[in-house]
Design a protein around this ligand. Structure first.
Ligand code: ZN
Length: 443
């Protein structure tokens, strides 16, 4: 204020004294006003400081809070999302488990139903037989086929080595012609439907071999028993029905076996199995595929006027012409009249190449005589020749079937096959051995 007064005082002029005085007064007013305002401002500032501080603190707090909230939100969102995803995954897993269970259950249900339908078909067959032969006399149920069909020629169509890709086609043909047959099968995975359809159709499901490898089956008595038991277990497991009938790979007269035939026959009868060979061969086992007409001719000629004919055929992937021959065979037999085509059952007379002997007979017989073909009424000399031929053909077919199944399986079995080539050579030498057996029996 003083400095302004001095400054204004220094710029004083006498001529313009009044003017200057007026200006000075104005300036003084303005300055004093400004100062008052400044003072007022300072005063005001000094008074509002705590409130402002409080206000600022609150604002800072608020901002901090917002920041923390934002941080929490940003941290929480991924976690929440992760949690949700994990929950969804867990739920999906649970659903998968449920679905898996359901699939398993429905598969089991399907298996159970096919088994039930097979069992029902057998029950129905029994009922039908009961009705047909009188309920008052149950003994009638145990009639032989001969007694059931007196004066008729009995033909039993048998198929070895199945199931195969042709099994269903064979079953269709049999169904169409209302004919029942017998299948001597192997243990094959993935053919449950075929095994069960055979049974449900009223056909006979018989055993042939678990491995169908001669070098394994006939290597020792234990190996032989294992083969039969494994197949029996396999079929019981897959169909619910324990098989009763059996056919030796290569027939009971095969000379490949290192095990005495009588030991094997005793084992079979101890276990309650009945074995069937054949007395008519379709020759469909020959290495070159025969035409359907030739197979049909072989079968029809082979049956001839035999009272009972067990016909050997094959249900194998390489036996297309057998399937084609089947309708020709069935239709010819049905046209012939007086012929009954039947499945092998308890009522079927046993057709065999080698007969089981009593213990006393074995003691007196030499081991060599074990392979002698039994002189049975069924097997006249001509039939025996046919049989020896058929056996050699069957052996060839077994090799074929074996090669086929091994090709389908993995490479490790190819190695085994190589080991077996020595055995196969042995099998090929068989016709001679059987020829010898024929000579002995003729003597
Ligand atoms: Zn076979």
């Amino acid at each position: 204020m003083d400095s302004v007064a001095v400054k204004t005082g220094m710029s004083f002029s006498e001529t313009n004294a009044q003017k200057v005085n007026g200006k000075e007064a104005d300036l003084q007013d303005a300055v004093s006003e400004a100062v008052t305002e400044q003072d007022a401002g300072l005063e005001e500032e000094n008074i509002e400081t705590p409130e402002r501080k409080e206000f600022r603190r609150k604002r800072v707090k608020r901002i901090k809070l917002i920041l923390i909230l934002l941080l929490i939100i940003f941290l929480l969102i991924p976690n929440i999302l992760c949690g949700v995803l994990l929950y969804q995954l867990h739920k999906m897993n649970q659903n998968m488990e449920i679905l898996r269970e359901e699939i398993k259950l429905s598969q089991e249900e399907i298996e159970r139903r096919t088994r039930e339908s097979a069992a029902m078909a057998i029950e129905e067959q029994k009922k039908k037989e009961k009705e047909e032969y009188g309920t008052e006399n149950l003994v009638q149920l145990h009639l032989t086929d001969e007694q059931k069909y007196p004066g008729k020629q009995l033909v039993y169509l048998t198929f070895d080595d199945g199931p195969s890709k042709y099994t269903n086609e064979i079953l269709d043909i049999l169904e169409k012609h209302e004919v029942k047959a017998t299948f001597f099968v192997l243990a094959k995975e993935g053919y449950d439907a075929e095994y069960n359809r055979i049974l449900a159709g009223g056909h006979t499901l018989g055993m042939h071999s678990y491995t169908h490898k001669y070098s394994v089956i006939y290597s020792s008595m234990q190996a032989y028993m294992d083969d039969v038991n494994s197949l029996s277990d396999f079929l019981t497991e897959h169909t619910g029905i324990k098989p009763k009938f059996y056919r030796f790979p290569g027939g009971s007269s095969n000379s490949v076996s290192k095990v005495g035939i009588q030991s094997m026959l005793h084992f079979l009868s101890d276990e309650g199995y009945v074995y069937y060979d054949w007395n008519v061969s379709s020759e469909d086992a020959s290495p070159t595929m025969l035409e359907a007409s030739v197979i049909a001719k072989n079968v029809l000629n082979g049956i001839g006027s035999k009272k009972e004919a067990v016909v050997l055929m094959h249900d194998a992937a390489s036996k297309r012409s057998t399937v084609e021959a089947l309708p020709i065979i069935i239709e010819s037999l049905q046209q012939k009249g007086n012929v009954e085509i039947l499945p092998i059952t308890e009522g079927t007379n046993q057709i065999y190449h080698v007969k089981e002997k009593d213990a006393s007979e074995i003691n007196t017989d030499s081991a060599k005589e074990e392979t002698v073909i039994e002189e049975d009424a069924v097997l006249d000399q001509a039939v025996q020749e046919a049989v020896s031929e058929a056996v050699s053909e069957e052996l060839k077919s077994e090799e074929e079937a074996k090669a086929e199944s091994e090709a389908l399986q993995n490479e490790e079995q190819v190695e085994k096959e190589e080991n077996e080539s020595a055995e196969n050579a042995e099998a090929k030498a068989e016709p001679e051995t059987i020829g010898e057996a024929d000579e002995i029996s003729e003597e």
